[in-house]
Design a protein around this ligand. Sequence first.
Ligand SMILES: NC(=O)C1=CN([C@@H]2O[C@H](COP(=O)(O)OP(=O)(O)OC[C@H]3O[C@@H](n4cnc5c(N)ncnc54)[C@H](O)[C@@H]3O)[C@@H](O)[C@H]2O)C=CC1
Ligand SMILES: O=C(CO)COP(=O)(O)O
Length: 339
Amino acid sequence: MTTIAVLGSGSWGTALGMVLADNGHDVRMWARRSDQIEEINTKKTNARYLPDVILPENMVGFTSLQEAVHPVDVVVLAVPVKAIREETKKLLEVAVHPLTIIHVSKGIEPGTQKRVSEMIEEEAAGHSLLKAVVALSGPSHAEEVSRRQPTTVTVSSLQTDASQQAQDLFMNQNFRVYTHTDLVGVELGGALKNIIALVCGVTNGLGYGDNTKAAIMTRGLAEITRMGVKLGADPLTFSGLSGLGDLIVTCTSVHSRNFRAGKMIGQGLSLDEVLDQMGMAVEGVRTTQAAFEMAKRFEVEMPITNAIYNVLFNDVLPHDAAGELMGRVKKHEEEQLGK
Ligand SMILES: NC(=O)C1=CN([C@@H]2O[C@H](COP(=O)(O)OP(=O)(O)OC[C@H]3O[C@@H](n4cnc5c(N)ncnc54)[C@H](O)[C@@H]3O)[C@@H](O)[C@H]2O)C=CC1
Ligand SMILES: O=C(CO)COP(=O)(O)O
């Protein structure tokens, strides 16, 4: 039995806390909002994020980050990507033991184009209390994990023993965990598929059907792979759980925030209206900005990413963006990996 702190008590932090608690670990949940912590402790619910779910007794909430983290050497970091740097900094200020941070966030930072593990490493530079960073990714909506439905994920780290530790902590009958050595590929797959899910949502909102969705998913995977290979990832990683697996679930599930946000955009709502209505992390929006920058910087062709970038940030109408994509110059399909 291990004591583990989970920072961020939104949908994903709560569902993963439940997996750890089911495995007999003592789980210390932390959130910024004290009313949420009170609800976790008194009612054993987190109704805003996971309605109808009862939390295990060994999941306890803390309003003080210091208190939550004091006894632990493993932390699950489950906040939106925009909060990663700030929370890593705060965490390392109060840490007592050398920490393994298991991050579960999917995105890339605009401006720096850093992956989440790179952001954590940067914030911890010169700090002796960061032992290892692990990324946990894969096709896994919190709503289904919290109902203990069979789910598979991948963990990856530059330190193999840390990914094995994460595998051991999370693995159970309903939650199967694989290890993977390609940290770059695992993080990029999880981040970039959110862009493609947004686009699938947009096509749905426009009234297009399954042909269009299959086209976007397949050609989306091609551009994800192209960028991944440019950045040193193994192309095969993108056929695995954190690549194709997560792409499928995010582009086809009713639970996907990115898909739902995209659908509203396709129906004509503005980005601000959509983000207001969602009230939850829609990581694909900032990651579209980051990927657009990366495509320019590394001279990688990412036409679907460019199209959604123009819809989100340059007022191009979704219907017109679709027309531009379809009207591009003729190609060989084998060109997909830049051959
Ligand atoms: N919900 C899901 O099924 C899955 C989510 N993820 C990833 O997990 C990450 C978190 O997503 P969700 O839990 O879904 O989001 P959410 O919107 O359900 O919850 C986010 C939580 O982070 C907190 N938060 C926001 N800004 C913060 C800050 N500056 N400092 C501290 N806490 C802050 C919020 O109060 C909330 O408790 C995202 O990167 C997402 O892509 C990954 C796999 C599955
Ligand atoms: O990454 C996810 C499922 O694996 C969650 O996707 P959404 O953020 O689109 O809900």
